[in-house]
Design a protein around this ligand. Sequence first.
Ligand code: FA5
Length: 334
Amino acid sequence: MDVKKLAEEIKSSFQEELKNFENGNLNFEDLKNKFLGRKGLVADAFSQMRNFTDKALAGQILNSLKNELTEKVNSLTENTSSAKTKKLDLSLPGRKPNAGTLHVVTETQRQIEDIFFAMGFEMATGPQVETDFFNFESLNFPPDHPAREMHDTFFVEGDVLLRTHTSNVQIHAMKSQEPPVRVIAPGKCYRNDTPDATHSPVFQQIEALYVDKNVTFTELKGTLDAFVKALFGKATKTRFRPSFFPFTEPSAEVDVTCVVCKGKGCNVCKQTGWIEILGAGMVDPNVLEAVGYDSEIYSGYAFGLGIERVAMLKYGIPDLRLFFQNDIRFLKQF
Ligand code: FA5
């Protein structure tokens, strides 16, 4: 077989198909595949190599055919893409970029912060990796005190641990300033708790602390009632249950009406109609003395609330684990 003739035939067939392509009767991929594809005419010519008498010459001719067609095809891609740009239809509606939103827990945190800022509280912060002293001892939890059992946590090494509550910030705040102190401190906390509808091993709290002359339990009740009504609406009720925290005396757990069932009882509130959102109390005089405040002159209240629990109530979310699963369908609702 004459390789030159074969190459000429392929070239003229390419010219024919090029016209079809330019007329819009053949698409680019089909044109390219017909000549340069794995099963295209050029590859087919190469596969007939053993039939050509002068194989070296045949190789040269077919290689230069392949290069020539590849160049032509490549120049077509450039032309077509610039042709496409020219045909850009500016009247088409644009593609909307997917704007992110704040996570519902962050959103809730900011709402809570705004309510307390409006009442005159300031922002305070403290470390998440903390020493036993700030997380427990200075808050009146002696070593081996049974109250530590409910705060089983993750130990880093020695007496360094991941804080179990934001109450450590009470100590940092009081050590760094004289009364009056009126601060809130949001942040992550860690406990060796089994995840369920209302618990997670990592969760967030907001601590509040107010120390001054003549601060009373009545003020604590009034502040919390005003806060709950500002966040959940005027109809929301609060319930104070006697409780124990080593660093407050007296102490209370504060519940609000379950918004999922409106107080009737469901699996979120464990059929009680109430959901616990925070622990509170009057700062124990021992704590005030430990930071160098005179407990005869000063008194104060403190409370710590779970932000996820508040977000669940506010938005009627039945399971706390939804916050961490990152399901975009869930997150987009807020
Ligand atoms: C405390 O942590 C105290 N530090 C609160 C406090 C501060 C009392 C100041 C007095 C004065 P408690 O262990 O009850 O208390 O937790 C407070 C809130 O954190 C709970 O009401 C709950 O809303 C939230 N919380 C606790 N553990 C978890 C958890 N594993 N997952 C999600 N939220 C939790």
